[in-house]
Write a protein that binds this ligand. Structure first.
Ligand SMILES: Cc1ncc(COP(=O)(O)O)c(C=O)c1O
Length: 455
């Protein structure tokens, strides 16, 4: 007989101290046993002591006065925070009794981390999973997905060909047994990040600078993470929200659609769940700089030390970021400069995952760049971090810019059967508030139904 899996509410993911004490303790004890479903209770930004996992970047690295606070996603189960939206979507389906484990196969269109999150969560919650992703992503991703027992359905291309995965997914959903965990379209992704990531971001700056958040920076893939800003703004109304894009694939800036190397972001669309009303700036980051910056963090200890970065900070940063994390860090530095933020002000950004899935990306860099001596890395360090410029920042706060982004969204989503009236409703903030209010409903439903048997 099918059973609703036993997992946390949105509130418990934000405040793990509200989980029943023995469940929380048991969950912390099974962290080394990835396959134990109690790990669902480890889906949180917080460590054992209840503190948000984060790094405040050394100023010798950033070269700016403002504090850059990077929230760390790598210690979520499965190694990235993308597991959160995957869990939230399935759990909502479970308690609504539309997605019963054993009855449905879950399709996860993805460029990697979400697919890893989906395959992992499906294993814990008892669903079959098929991950649909481009065939040219870093090999570490495929290995993890297989390890978690999901099937792979590969479409041609790389990061920028995610649209092909969507088309393939829409084809497969013609079979009613299949359910697409469509991260670009489904609002649990918005709810998870607005409530859990946004609430955690507010806590992450406690005791740092003025304790407020002046700027939130995130490079959207699905734009789920960006939703954190919709919560942060309710606490710190001065917030500026910044979406980053690869310079090589500037879809939101000007419709650009090139190939790029920053896995997980820049998916050639304005996603359905992207609340463009609250995005203030769109900033372009070069993919090559993000990869080179990662090389410096991983292998440039002596260079950072020579520039005044402490041994402790060098150690703390190693293995802690992936390519998109460096993209976010470079975006945060640019915005701190552009907004002239002072030493008491905070910029918050994310590292979605850690280095464990990017060895092959640095190997590829090493093949491309024949010269990798210290003096070359040292030049990169100065050019990329300390001398980051404020070019390619677009202010999208005007009505005209919002209209342009709404049009982009229509071009991207009418073709998948969404009605114009639905897309028009998103032009009002009340649409987003109504979606967010469902968090309280689901908190209650999850509490009542978790672990129960279905008729
Ligand atoms: C490595 C990486 N960075 C960033 C993102 C973007 O996050 P979001 O989908 O919440 O916008 C993703 C999404 O899959 C990712 O895998």
């Amino acid at each position: 007989m099918a059973q609703i899996p036993y997992g946390p509410t949105y509130d418990e993911m934000l405040h793990p101290d509200r989980i029943e004490k023995d469940v929380r303790e048991a969950a912390l004890n099974v962290r080394e046993h990835e396959g134990d479903p109690l790990n669902l209770f480890n889906i949180t930004w917080k460590d054992e002591a209840g503190r948000v996992r984060k790094i405040v970047l050394p100023k010798a690295l950033t070269g700016v006065d403002a504090n850059i606070v990077v929230m760390l996603g790598k210690d979520f189960p499965s190694g990235s925070h993308k597991v959160g939206p995957a869990y939230a979507t399935l759990m909502e389906g479970c308690v609504d009794e539309t997605l019963i484990p054993g009855e449905r196969t879950i399709l996860g269109p993805s460029t990697g981390n979400f697919g890893i999150g989906v395959s992992y969560i499906c294993q814990l919650m008892g669903y079959e999973a098929v991950v649909i992703m481009p065939d040219n992503m870093s090999r570490e991703r495929y290995a993890r997905i297989k390890r978690y027992g999901a099937k792979l359905d590969l479409t041609p291309g790389t990061e920028s060909d995610v649209i092909l995965t969507l088309e393939r997914t829409h084809e497969l959903t013609k079979d009613p047994r299949n359910f697409a965990l469509a991260q670009f379209e489904l609002f649990p992704n918005y709810r998870f990040h607005r409530h859990v990531t946004g609430g955690s971001a507010v806590e992450a700056v406690e005791g740092i600078g003025n304790g407020r958040i002046a700027c939130f920076v995130s490079a959207p893939g699905s734009a789920g993470t960006l939703a954190a800003a919709d919560h942060i703004r309710t606490v710190f109304p001065e917030l500026k929200t910044v979406a980053l894009e690869p310079y090589e694939c500037s879809t939101l800036t000007d419709g650009g659609r090139g190939q790029h190397r920053i896995e997980g972001i820049g998916d050639k669309m304005c996603t359905l769940i992207h609340n463009v009303l609250t995005t203030d700036y769109i900033t372009l980051i070069k993919d090559d700089e993000s990869v080179k910056a990662l090389k410096i963090i991983q292998d440039g200890a002596s260079i950072m030390k020579a520039q005044g970065v402490s041994d402790e900070a060098i150690e703390a940063m190693k293995d802690t970021f992936g390519v998109s994390g460096l993209c976010n860090i470079l975006g945060a530095i640019k915005m701190a400069k552009y907004l002239h933020l002072g030493e008491h002000e905070n910029v918050v950004t994310m590292a979605t995952d850690g280095f464990d899935r990017y060895d092959s990306v640095l190997e590829e860099l090493e093949k491309r760049e024949l010269e990798l001596e210290e003096h070359v890395l040292s030049r990169w360090f100065k050019d990329i971090f300390l001398e980051a410029d404020t070019r390619h920042i677009k202010d999208v706060r005007s009505k005209d810019e919002k209209e342009r982004l709404f049009l982009q969204k229509e071009r991207d989503w009418l073709k998948f059967g969404y009605k114009k009236s639905f897309l028009d409703a998103m032009k009002s903030q009340s649409f987003w508030e109504a979606e967010y209010e469902k968090v309280a409903e689901y908190n209650e439903k999850i509490k009542q139904k978790r672990g129960t048997k279905l008729p």
